[in-house]
Design a protein around this ligand. Structure first.
Ligand code: NAP
Ligand code: GDD
Length: 343
């Protein structure tokens, strides 16, 4: 039987690396769109790229979401059966500082891919990485596929454009196009500037005497955190459905950033106490301030209350998350400890 061909944008990112592993195990031929960077950006996929195992089934191509010609060329050359569109300027805080670039990569990036599919081969199945960030200021909780989107960041607004565009191409051109509305998902491969990785990395270093203090922003927003390794399975399942549709992917459990910090402190056996309020809130351990608040990490607007209801995914995709937050934290601490011990 002919092997299926997948093209992944954002292959060097957290999800791209887990999805590549998952599809290669399923005997796909995997191609990735990889942007040129001044330093190597392939750390998360080097184990797939180097060596003989996937020599004939794993390929990278230079391209960029801001360069329509490169996208079109890769799609025509690779002739994928499925496209997983994961690439994005994915940091919400950065989107306030680079709103135009964020909109160009996310909103126009998705348009460029969908247009290429429409013109070249409308049989290609398309997965779009939508996000819980689109719920923004909503007062409804938990959030599901029917909840009104009220995004409050350039990132969330650009993602809503991509989400609606994906639906539009599905309805207008009958393209098999799905969006996964994924809630926050983390892993040892999470980017350093996202809050979970930042907290774990700093507290491991503080415990080892390699850092003095961790500076954070809003401790009181709440997130529904899952494990990226499980979430990419749902992305694949969506493209195997009989009909294209959109699905919320979440755990249905919610914690504040402060509770997350406390869980990490507890696993690392760092004992101390919280004191102060607002910008003066801090955590001290043996008379030393090891966590403090900095204005720098607050956003002009924040999404404060994310909690997903993924009943539809359970029913139609037979997908549900198994990994608990404490186990995810344990895995991330283990990885950070290895890195800290090697430096
Ligand atoms: P990530 O780790 O930040 O990866 C983003 C990927 O996009 C990287 O491969 C990055 O390349 C690539 N990229 C950025 N700008 C590009 C450009 N101009 N052209 C080509 N590639 C570009 O993100 P992730 O956590 O894996 O998330 C994957 C997708 O899901 C993103 O679209 C994100 O917005 C969305 N999402 C994520 C979550 C979550 O909690 N993780 C939740 C909902 C939705 P470099 O490696 O060179 O930077
Ligand atoms: N990054 C960061 N750094 N966030 C902080 C900090 C800090 O020092 N201190 C507090 N926070 C708060 C943020 O204000 C936010 O409320 C929460 O921690 C989570 O921030 P991030 O980890 O940066 O994730 P995010 O929720 O903004 O965005 C992630 O999840 C989205 C899905 O809801 C990203 O992965 C997005 O790409 C994704 O779409």
């Amino acid at each position: 039987m002919k092997k299926k061909i997948a093209l992944i944008t954002g292959i060097t990112g957290q999800d791209g690396s887990y999805l590549s592993e998952y599809l290669l195990k399923k005997k796909y031929i995997v191609h990735g769109l990889n942007r040129r960077t001044s330093l190597f950006n392939t750390d998360r996929i080097d184990h797939l790229f180097n060596g003989k195992k996937y020599k004939n089934s794993f390929f990278l191509h230079y391209g960029d979401l801001t360069d329509p010609g490169s996208i079109d060329e890769i799609i025509r050359k690779v002739k994928p059966d499925e496209i997983y569109h994961l690439a994005a300027q994915s940091h919400v805080k950065v989107s306030f500082e680079t709103p135009e670039y964020t909109t160009n990569t996310i909103a126009l990036g998705t348009l460029r891919i969908l247009e290429s599919i429409r013109k070249n081969n409308s049989k290609i199945k398309f997965y779009n990485a939508s996000t819980s960030e689109m719920y923004g200021d909503t007062k409804k909780s938990p959030q599901d596929e029917k909840t009104t989107f009220l995004p409050n960041s350039p990132y969330g607004i650009a993602k809503l454009y991509s989400h609606l565009l994906t639906k539009h191409y599905r309805e207008a051109y009958k393209i098999f196009a799905c969006s996964g509305i994924l809630f926050n998902h983390e892993s040892p491969r999470r980017g350093q500037t996202f809050v979970t990785k930042k907290i774990i990395s700093a507290l491991v270093k503080i415990k080892n005497g390699e850092q003095d203090c961790l500076y954070l922003g809003n401790l009181y927003s709440k997130r529904d955190w899952g494990h990226a390794r499980e979430y990419v399975e749902a992305q694949h399942k969506m493209l195997q459905m009989k009909k294209p549709d959109d699905f919320v992917i979440s755990t249905g459990k919610q914690y504040s950033i402060k509770t997350f910090v406390n869980k990490v402190l507890s696993q690392l056996k760092i004992k101390g106490k919280w004191q102060g309020k607002g910008l003066n809130e801090n955590y001290t351990c043996r008379g030393k301030k090891i966590i403090a608040i900095s204005k720098k990490y607050f956003r002009p607007q924040d999404v404060t209350n994310l909690l997903g209801n993924s009943k539809k995914a359970k029913k139609f995709l037979n997908w549900k998350p198994k990994i608990k937050l404490d186990d995810l934290i344990f895995e991330m601490i283990e990885e950070e400890t290895k890195i800290s011990n090697n430096t």
